[in-house]
Design a protein around this ligand. Structure first.
Ligand code: TIU
Length: 222
């Protein structure tokens, strides 16, 4: 298999086209549009919109290269059987998980708010993982899906950087996957948290993984 050096931090990443996939985390209306979960938590959701074109370019690049694309959605069963009470009851959001809002019930599978943004919608045949946790491996089939397809390298994008993206990268790292954060295709409600997350991922020789620009990633897979 052909290995291409991808310009990254803390060092070049040996991208293997036979083993790499794009994993787009939770680009859902509930986190990015008004009236959803992110806004109910008191966040300014507008700043997350800025990465939509960059995530779209990554999707286009992976699709054009014939490389695998996987998407995740954070959402729960309508009866909330997969939602720990602590998750629902924590804090003082204006709407809790399962409550009816302008985009349907908050973070519930099948509701409009839980859908991926139309601009970034999965294509037929692309894997979509519904996950009840912040990490994409907890209580999902992601590990088995990746193993079955021989995927060992993950290019990770999506929201939010320090919550679901970082949790997923840490889960993946512990399972032996080599992960690259697409640093301009991820965003946080808190700019300082995004900066800190990128730095803690690449610190200590890449203790969690690598970070690279989308342009460098697209160049490496072209
Ligand atoms: N609140 C927050 O920053 N994020 C989440 O709750 N979920 C994801 O990051 N997807």
């Amino acid at each position: 298999m052909s290995v291409t050096p991808l310009t990254a931090r803390p060092a070049d990443f040996p991208l293997d086209r036979g083993k790499v996939a794009l994993l787009v985390i939770d680009m859902q209306r509930d986190f990015i549009e008004e009236g959803g979960f992110g806004a109910a938590l008191g966040n300014d959701v507008s700043r997350l919109r800025a990465i939509i074109p960059t995530v779209a370019r990554l999707l286009d690049g992976f699709r054009a290269a014939g490389l695998p694309v996987l998407h995740t959605r954070e959402c729960h069963a309508p009866d909330l059987s997969d939602c720990p009470p602590a998750k629902r009851l924590r804090g003082a959001p204006s709407l809790r998980i399962g409550d009816p809002g302008p985009m349907g019930r908050i973070l519930i599978a099948g509701e409009p708010g839980a859908e991926i943004l139309p601009e970034l919608a999965p294509l037929p045949g692309e894997t979509v993982i519904d996950k009840p946790g912040k990490g994409a491996f907890y209580a999902t089939d992601l590990q088995q899906i990746l193993q079955a397809r021989g995927i060992t390298q993950l290019i990770v994008a999506g929201v939010t950087t320090e919550v679901c993206v970082q949790t997923t990268m840490r889960e993946a790292n512990d399972r032996g996957y080599d992960c690259v954060l697409a640093q301009d295709a991820t965003e946080s409600y808190f700019p300082a948290f995004k900066t800190a997350t990128v730095e803690m991922i690449v610190a200590q020789g890449g203790i969690v993984g690598w970070a690279a620009s989308s342009a460098a990633i697209l160049e490496a897979i072209a």
